[in-house]
Design a protein around this ligand. Structure first.
Ligand code: MN3
Length: 223
């Protein structure tokens, strides 16, 4: 087991912070309303960051790791806080990832390598969306659904994870993520789950998702 690097005396522990939402709260209207987005980002996501900072506070050697490294190296995190780090850190990482791959509805489409890979693996974009939605409907409650690439065989996979588990703990690279926790949609859609999942496709930024696959092939790290 590699020891986590301790901080130099000159380094200031930074902990984790909530990045601002990369667009206004009402940018996803009419598919997600600004009240939902405000609660989701400033409320739920902020709470994960705050809890994570509280949990790691007694362990300065963890203060300067990126959230990706913290999750990838979870087995080196002290055992008494490991579960809390998995949950609060996963919540932070997953939400950061989510804000990047959704955006104002502008009818983007998968491009280049991603479009080819979706066609190869699922038959078409529509068939992929059907499979993704089907899995998401099964996992509503507390969890996340992902489109990932498996670096072992470079194949696309749809993956559902419970609670705040991160694809980083499953040696996958995330391309797309959908939040199926109730707080992601309840204010607007209540129990109309299928309607929320249908609306989701209107706010996916396929240019970003396509770029994530290109970044993977270019060997670039990304959350
Ligand atoms: Mn959420």
């Amino acid at each position: 087991m590699t020891a986590i690097k301790a901080l130099d005396s000159t380094e200031q522990p930074t902990g984790y912070h909530l990045p601002p939402l990369p667009y206004p709260f009402d940018a996803l209207e009419p598919f997600l309303d600004s009240e939902t987005m405000w609660f989701h980002h400033d409320g739920h996501h902020q709470a994960y960051v705050d809890q994570l900072n509280k949990v790691i506070a007694p362990y300065p050697q963890l203060h300067n790791l990126t959230i990706e490294d913290l999750l990838r190296r979870l087995d080196e995190v002290p055992e008494d806080i490991r579960l809390a780090v998995r949950d609060q850190g996963g919540g932070h990482a997953n939400h950061q990832f989510l804000w990047k791959v959704i955006g104002s509805p502008r009818n983007t489409q998968p491009q280049g390598r991603l479009l080819e890979a979706l066609n190869d693996e699922f038959g078409s974009l529509t068939l992929f969306q059907e499979q993704f939605t089907k899995l998401a409907l099964k996992h509503l409650g507390s969890g996340w659904v992902f489109l990932v690439i498996n670096p072992e065989n470079n194949k696309l996979e749809i993956m559902a994870l419970a609670n705040n588990d991160s694809v980083l703990l499953h040696k996958r690279v995330g391309l797309l993520i959908c939040d199926v926790w109730e707080h992601a949609y309840y204010l607007k859609y209540q129990n109309r789950h299928a309607e929320y999942l249908k609306a989701f496709w209107n706010i996916v930024d396929w240019e970003v998702v396509s770029a994530r696959l290109d970044n993977f092939y270019a060997g670039k790290q990304q959350l």
